[in-house]
Design a binder for this molecule. Structure first.
Ligand code: NAD
Ligand code: MG
Length: 385
């Protein structure tokens, strides 16, 4: 395998830093060609000095001078701002984009990369939740692969290798259940930010950790699965599996179920997506059947974790409803992280926004952008009250 030049959009985040660990462990296979960060200029500078990329982008323009002067003695090109992210994504200097920005902000750079036919290792699930039809259509048109990084979707993708002619009956996404599995609304009403940020099995960025605690993450993943694997909503199921050893499953027409298993470590799906179609060795800890000898499964509690029920509603409704759900959820999660609203209020914000913003059955890209904006302002107006 020749060296693949990786463009990491969101290199300072949880996925981005783990991807750089994978690159550092495999210098003959991968190089970091582009690194981008929104606000953490210190880490971006450190990463740039270590990995010597061709380009870095700092989203926050106020930090441009600091990054520029820190990298003055290198050949690294420095850009800043939201537009620069898109412009750099459109440059033909890399082989694979790792889309690891969090939230809606990841959509436009990913579309730019697809526009020039670059394959995407996709961590940023919100991209598909917001405009999955347009993104996947662009990928098909440009013959660019979209390789999932999300562990559940990586599992499904791995189960589907060699099965191109075989029909899927259903996919079963596993969910850890998050830190509040088994809890009821009378407990959740008092949950504070720091408690919700403690996930039992995974260490992740703040937004996805909160989404995991509310089960919104699993709902976003159902929508992500619909687009990645071209499924109908009723082919996508969720089962709670607290040990997070089975990362997801595919059931075929003969009733046979394939699963992909391993310890919960995002470096595995990240490495798989970067190296695909090859598997490369690593020395990550292995799953030991003796230490986790019981794997259990239960139904998700949709009455308590209503965010998942709302996401299923958006999945069934289609059109711009998932993008409305996503926009309201981003506003609600950041308000919760700033201690502005309570844990259960997040669901209220999402539900009310879904009932308020105009439904469009087959939106254009501009209409997706507009309903995102409309949903954000409405959700924000609820929080200010
Ligand atoms: P994070 O918050 O740790 O990192 C986010 C990255 O995006 C940072 O580099 C940050 O600088 C950048 N960023 C943030 N806002 C931005 C903006 N407005 N414009 C440009 N860049 C911006 O997030 P994360 O946990 O690494 O998650 C990244 C994505 O991967 C999310 O979509 C998440 O759902 C998905 N994902 C994460 C995990 C995980 O284990 N962390 C697992 C599966 C999927
Ligand atoms: Mg996941």
């Amino acid at each position: 395998m020749s060296q693949k030049r990786i463009a990491i959009f969101g290199s300072t985040g949880s996925i981005g830093t783990q991807a750089l660990e994978v690159i550092a462990a495999n210098p003959n296979l991968f190089s970091a060609e582009i690194l981008t960060a929104q606000t953490n200029e210190e880490l971006l500078i450190t990463q740039a000095l270590q990995f010597n990329p061709n380009i870095v982008v700092i989203g926050d323009e106020k930090k441009y001078n600091k990054v520029k002067s820190a990298l003055e003695k290198t050949h690294i090109k420095v850009f800043a701002g939201e537009i620069a992210l898109e412009e750099v994504a459109a440059m033909d200097c890399y082989d694979l984009m790792l889309a690891a920005i969090v939230g809606y902000a990841g959509l436009k750079p990913t579309l730019q990369a697809l526009e020039i036919g670059k394959p995407i290792a996709l961590a940023n699930k919100e991209t598909l939740v917001v405009a999955g039809d347009i993104v996947m259509q662009k990928a098909i048109e440009k013959r660019a692969a979209v390789i999932p990084v999300d562990s559940e979707h990586s599992a499904i993708f791995q189960c589907l290798v060699g099965e191109t002619r075989n029909k899927i009956e259903q996919v079963i996404l596993t969910a850890s259940g998050g830190p509040f599995r088994g809890k009821k609304p009378n407990f959740l009403v008092n949950v504070k930010r720091d408690h919700a940020l403690q996930h039992p099995n995974w260490t992740m960025g703040a937004k996805i950790t909160i989404d995991s605690a509310t089960l919104m993450n699993k709902g976003l993943e159902m929508i992500e699965a619909k687009w990645l694997f071209n499924l109908k909503p009723d082919q996508i199921k969720v089962v709670v599996h607290p040990q997070s050893i089975i990362h997801s499953m595919v059931q075929f027409e003969d009733g046979s179920i394939k699963s992909q298993m391993g310890l919960p470590d995002m470096k595995l799906p990240i490495q798989y997506a970067l190296a695909f179609p090859q598997r490369i060795p690593n020395d990550l800890p292995r799953y030991n059947f003796k230490s986790v000898s019981t794997l259990t499964f239960e139904e998700p509690d949709l009455k308590t974790f209503r965010n998942l029920a709302l996401a299923i509603e958006a999945l069934n409704k289609g059109g711009n409803m998932p993008s409305i759900l996503n926009a309201a959820n981003e506003i609600a999660v950041y308000a919760f992280l700033r201690n502005r609203i309570g844990f259960l209020d997040m669901t209220e914000v999402v539900e009310q926004t879904m009932s308020k913003v105009a439904f469009i059955e087959s939106p254009t890209l501009d209409e997706y952008f507009e309903s995102d904006g409309e949903a954000r302002s409405f959700a924000a107006s609820l929080i200010q009250m």
